[in-house]
Design a protein around this ligand. Sequence first.
Ligand SMILES: Nc1ncnc2c1ncn2[C@@H]1O[C@H](COP(=O)(O)OP(=O)(O)OP(=O)(O)O)[C@@H](O)[C@H]1O
Length: 256
Amino acid sequence: MKKQQHIDMNTKVITIRDLHKSFGDYHVLKGVDLDLYQGENLVVLGKSGTGKSVLIKIISGLLTQDSGTVNVLGQEVNKISPKELQQLRLNIGFSFQNSALYDSMTVRKNLEFPLVRNKKNLSKAEIDYAVESVLDAVSLSQTINQMPSELSGGQRKRIGIARTLILQPKIMLYDEPTAGLDPITCIEINNLINEVQERFSTSSIVITHDLTCAKQVGDRVTILLDGQFNKAGSFEEVFDTDDERVKSFYDYNFIQ
Ligand SMILES: Nc1ncnc2c1ncn2[C@@H]1O[C@H](COP(=O)(O)OP(=O)(O)OP(=O)(O)O)[C@@H](O)[C@H]1O
């Protein structure tokens, strides 16, 4: 059972209104509205190809919308300068499916990398402390001198999350965090997502197909259906419905 979190429903860290995005004739996002509140884990479900990754890319300024507004931490993402966007991105942690570790670097060097690149004034002691803290947060302190090839898939995923956390992001975007992992490792990653939320007070969007993940980590869950979100609610609220599209999504999950 998920612990009760300190979610501030009066503070929105992401607000999206009437967002549209097309690629040629394909209208992917058709008026998306979405709120992410301070401290919550919001799970975004949706079949393959419905536009979940496109949404994440628009939130992080990697793609531009055709119309609508996307406000992240008080800033309109498509209206700020490249420099402001770069600063904003430092507050967003990305855990992408393919965010691979550098194979030729130890775990320590992998974790130091974002700090050395983005926070140039840190001392060696400060870097060491940051590395040790995030490794402790993902319960992998013992791996500090290992190479990625010596780690299991689940451990690599945890180190990837640690590498994101080292910049102390306010928002975490997890894209398919449990994809390709066995069921037990999936549960470990779900627990880690909840621990990160609790320990660092992050607000997160978790994109997944995995209903167990949705149930375990989601304070609220929403489904991208035909280019728009249904009403977000608890896992039970969302799936207690007569909407055939939601029911078929539930069934679809178990026949993959
Ligand atoms: N840069 C692009 N140019 C053209 N089409 C694109 C581009 N990016 C995404 N698309 C299209 O937009 C649609 C939504 O893609 P997206 O990657 O967001 O799906 P998704 O919901 O994340 O799927 P999955 O769960 O399989 O990752 C797809 O049909 C895809 O081909």
